[in-house]
Structure formats: C-alpha cells, structure tokens
Design a protein around this ligand. Structure first.
Ligand SMILES: C[S@@+](CC[C@H](N)C(=O)[O-])C[C@H]1O[C@@H](n2cnc3c(N)ncnc32)[C@H](O)[C@@H]1O
Length: 277
C-alpha cells in the first residue's frame, strides 16, 4: 500500500457512461441471451466491466469487448488477465473495422450500449457482421429507441431501421429498465430489446435500399409520393401509376407500408433512381 487513495471515476455522460448496478437486470440479460460454449460474443461499451465479467464467466468460447474510453484500461486489463476467453478492443464502435479485427466473427452481440449511437451502431453491426454470421443481438437502449425499433407498420414511430429489421429478422422488446438500475441514473427510461437475424433479406449493406428509405421517411408530414418525387426528381404521374400497380393509395405515407410492400416498391423503383454519388 502506498497510502494513496484511488480517485473515483468521473463518468462522462456524453459517452453514455451510466453503468449497470442492478444485479437482477444483469441476471436477466444473461438468462435471456444465454451465451453458449461454442459461441463468440461481442460486447459494445465494456465500461468498468460489470457485464464483461459475467459474460466471460458464462463460459462462452470467446468474448470481444469494445470500449472507446482509455481511462477504463486499468479495469479492463485486470479482467483480461483473469479470463482467457476475453479480448478487449479500443475504438469507436460505429467506425470500427470488425472485419480485420475479428477473424472469428461473433454470433451474438450482448451489450448495454451508449444510447446516443443506437441507430448508426445497429446499422453498422447489421451491415458488417450479419453477412459473417451474426444471428442475435440483446441490447439495452433508451425506451423510445426500443419503441421505434419494434414499431409495426401503421404506427407513428416507424422508421427506416425498424422496417429493415422486420425484413432481416425480428425485433422485440423484452422489458423496461428503470433509471435506478444505473449509476449515475440516466434521465430517461431504458428497455432491453432482442433482435433475431435470419437474413431472409440482406438489406443493411444495400445502398439503394437505404437511400430509398431515407428519402421516403425524409419529411414525415408529406406523402410517400411527394417525398420520393422531391428527392429523386421523379414526375408524379408514373409514380402514382406504380403505386396503383402495387395496390397502394396515392396518398399513402411511408410509415403505413409493411415490409413486403417496401420490398415490392424497392424492386420496381430502384431502376428509376438516379445513380448515387
Ligand atoms: C451504458 S455504458 C455501459 C457500461 C457497462 N457495459 C455496464 O453495463 O455498466 C456504455 C459504455 O460505452 C462506451 N462508449 C461510448 N461511446 C462508445 C463508442 N462510440 N464506441 C465504443 N464504446 C463507447 C462508454 O465509454 C461506456 O463505457
């Protein structure tokens, strides 16, 4: 002992550093996600390692934990020494090179993620890891994000990533998690969601699909025809005649289409779109 007290960790809330402290929530995550002995697991945002430790103890074959904040190096290096199945990576999960860093790509992502990167992070994971065998994600997200990700056709919160998840597999909300489960407590409610990927359609890496959805949901007050016409300089007549061929009302809005309608629309419309720059 050198008599010096270690300084308390100063949480950086800009990095979503609300660490999980409720053991019953931790237990729920482990039971719901059931890491298996043959599986490689990816954890995004290891923090001080509360979930990392339990995942490593679960006996999964390999655990990759990714963290951006180097101040956590001491905590995570200690865990890395203690568990031979754990390897810690440093970097930004939204721009990380998963392909070269993970020769043994993960089948599951189990993570209490920083809420501010929820949408770009899920797109990135679907795009980079689903074609390489990712089958399942269990994520702690802000409650409103859980609502958006799981919103069915015809609801106000429907958005491009939710449509894509419906076609690549399924997303469902498992339970709400109150602010008191974290230190410091966030100002928002949280929820655990589960995403299963069967790649019925492999859409996340398809640039024209993403461009179409982005344009279609561009201005929520406008009809789908108006949004598409304005974004891609398409004239109204052929667009409305295409809608009619597909059995869709000319006044339909983007949030009203179900997954199969989106697929049919994309198939017919993509050849008309100007090349992306
Ligand atoms: C909600 S905390 C979860 C920490 C820990 N897993 C737990 O459950 O207590 C989110 C963690 O993600 C890290 N983080 C924030 N932005 C990140 C990014 N872009 N890439 C990787 N990690 C990030 C934060 O530093 C923080 O440790």
């Amino acid at each position: 002992m050198n008599g010096q007290k270690s300084r308390p960790f100063r949480h950086n809330t800009d990095l979503g550093q609300n660490f999980l402290v409720d053991p019953s929530v931790l237990q729920f995550i482990l039971e719901a996600s059931a890491p298996g002995p043959e599986e490689t697991i990816l954890e995004i945002g290891a923090g001080q390692g509360v979930l990392t430790r339990q995942l490593a103890l679960s006996g999964c074959r390999r655990l990759y934990s990714l963290e951006i904040d180097r101040r956590l190096e001491g905590d995570l290096a200690t865990l890395e020494k203690a568990f031979s199945n754990l390897k810690v990576f440093w970097g930004d999960a939204v721009t990380f090179d998963y392909e070269s860093n993970f020769p043994d790509p993960p089948q599951k992502v189990i993570a209490n993620i920083p809420y501010h990167i929820t949408t770009p992070l899920i797109w990135k994971l679907l795009e980079d890891l689903a074609p390489r065998g990712l089958r399942y994600l269990l994520l702690m997200v802000q409650k409103e994000a859980a609502d958006r990700l799981t919103s069915p056709a015809g609801t106000k919160m429907r958005y491009p990533l939710g449509v894509t998840l419906e076609l690549m597999g399924h997303a469902r909300r498992l339970r709400r998690v109150p602010p008191g489960a974290f230190r410091p407590a966030p100002r928002v409610d949280s929820a655990l969601i589960e995403i299963g990927i069967d790649r019925r359609q492999d859409l996340a890496g398809d640039r024209s699909w993403r461009r179409l959805l982005k344009a279609a949901f561009g201005q929520r007050r406008k009809t789908l025809a108006n949004n598409l016409g304005a974004s891609f300089s398409l004239s109204r007549e052929p667009l409305l005649s295409l809608f009619s061929d597909l059995g869709m009302d000319g006044k339909i809005r983007a949030e009203e289409l179900d997954g199969d309608q989106w697929l049919r629309l994309a198939q017919r419309l993509t050849p008309w779109l100007p090349p992306s720059r």
